[in-house]
Design a protein around this ligand. Structure first.
Ligand SMILES: *Cc1c(COP(=O)(O)O)cnc(C)c1O
Length: 370
């Protein structure tokens, strides 16, 4: 393992994000995909994902591609031809779900709460009462655009009170924030390998209420993104993927799940991320930066900071200064405010975040007097 090169920088961009040496090391071999060695790993991963989601009558499907492929596979498979999807959006990733529905020519409605608007459960309830054709509701848990954490439990109560199907994009929170799908009323949770589980990019996954997914045969609008068929194959052929599976990525993910357990599970990871986030925000505030969102809406995953209002400040130069010191941050994604973002998930600790703050102080070239 110590023959691996060190990374030239730490990624604070979820995702991809910084992974451990252990996760990278297990990718240094090849796997055949037709026997039990490899497919056994897939089955263990599927079982572990269901446990992380709180157990109960759920099942897991892995799907090739980045996280969006799994969102598209879910939406395109679970909403039947005569169904209607309500997308609750307050950011780019919510909008992307609506874009998927539009591209699939699916009957849908968009509840657009604005980029920095809160996804109020009462507003969701009103939208559902106003349109009895709606059968499915989709919302993003941690809206990575801003770092906002949406009240998925309260929204779930509105959805379930009306007996509808509930889809959560928990891409950037699953594995890093404790959650129990049954308690959330969630029927389908979508996430991917390269976020809080701290694997490398290459596949996404869906934890689905088994009885719901079993009803979805023949719904899919796509062959390769047929979530039902992919699940059916994995379920009935002992972990087999339909088409070439990302073997190295899968093996790395199994290692990442083991490391999550060693860390103490999702609760322990949530505490580390929360400590990372506190160290980050307290340090940035001391340096004069301010946050886009009020603290009570903020996730412990990624934070949007306002760009300094200084004539000599330029994000690209600031970014370059930080990168040369070993830290890669993220540009902003909201259009209504001038921001940049820093993620604090991945193989980083509060001590590392302290070092980042020191590097930010050194990189504030616009404050350095001659
Ligand atoms: C990362 C992310 C996605 C998926 O993005 P990909 O680039 O396709 O991996 C979807 N939703 C949210 C909230 C995300 O953070």
């Amino acid at each position: 393992m110590n023959t691996l090169p060190d990374n030239p920088y730490v990624l604070l961009t979820p995702g991809p994000l910084s992974t451990s040496k252990g996760v990278k090391a297990v990718m240094l071999r090849d796997w055949c995909t037709w026997d039990d060695d490899y497919n056994g790993i897939v089955q263990q991963i599927r079982a572990r994902l269901v446990e992380l989601a709180g157990g109960g009558d759920y099942t897991a499907v892995l799907m090739q591609g980045s996280g969006t492929f799994s969102v598209e596979a879910t939406v395109g498979t679970v909403v039947p031809a005569d169904g209607k999807l309500l997308v609750v959006a307050n950011g780019h990733y919510g909008d992307r779900i609506a874009k998927i529905a539009e591209r699939l020519r699916m009957n849908h409605a968009l509840l657009d709460l604005g980029e920095v608007g809160r996804a109020e459960p009462a507003a969701v309830g009103e939208a559902l009462d106003a349109d009895p054709a709606i059968t499915h509701v989709a919302v993003v848990h941690c809206e990575t655009t801003t770092g906002m954490l949406n009240p998925v439990r309260e929204i779930g109560a509105e959805v379930k009170r009306r007996g509808l199907t509930y889809i959560i994009d928990a891409m950037s929170s699953f594995g890093g924030i404790p959650m129990n799908l049954d308690e959330l009323g969630c029927d389908y949770l979508v996430s991917s390998a390269n976020k809080c589980i701290q694997g490398v990019p290459g596949f996404g996954f869906v934890v689905a209420r088994r009885a719901e997914l079993e009803k979805c045969e023949g719904n899919a609008r796509s062959l390769s993104l047929d979530l039902y068929h992919q699940w059916h194959e994995m379920e009935h052929k002992n972990g087999k993927w339909r088409y070439t599976s990302p073997t190295h990525v899968v093996r790395a993910f199994a290692q990442a799940l083991g490391e999550l357990e060693e860390e103490g599970g999702v609760e322990a990871r949530f505490r580390r991320y929360t400590d990372n986030h506190r160290t980050l925000v307290d340090g940035m505030r001391k340096l004069g930066f301010s946050c886009l969102l009020p603290d009570e809406w903020q996730s412990p995953v990624i934070t949007s900071f306002m760009n300094p209002d200084h004539p000599e400040y330029d994000f690209r130069r600031f970014y370059g200064e930080l990168k040369s010191r070993g830290w890669v941050i993220y540009p902003g994604k909201v259009t209504s405010a001038d921001t940049f973002r820093i993620g604090n998930i991945g193989d980083v600790t509060p001590q590392g975040m302290g070092e980042l703050i020191h590097a930010v102080g050194e990189s504030m070239y616009w404050n350095h007097k001659e």
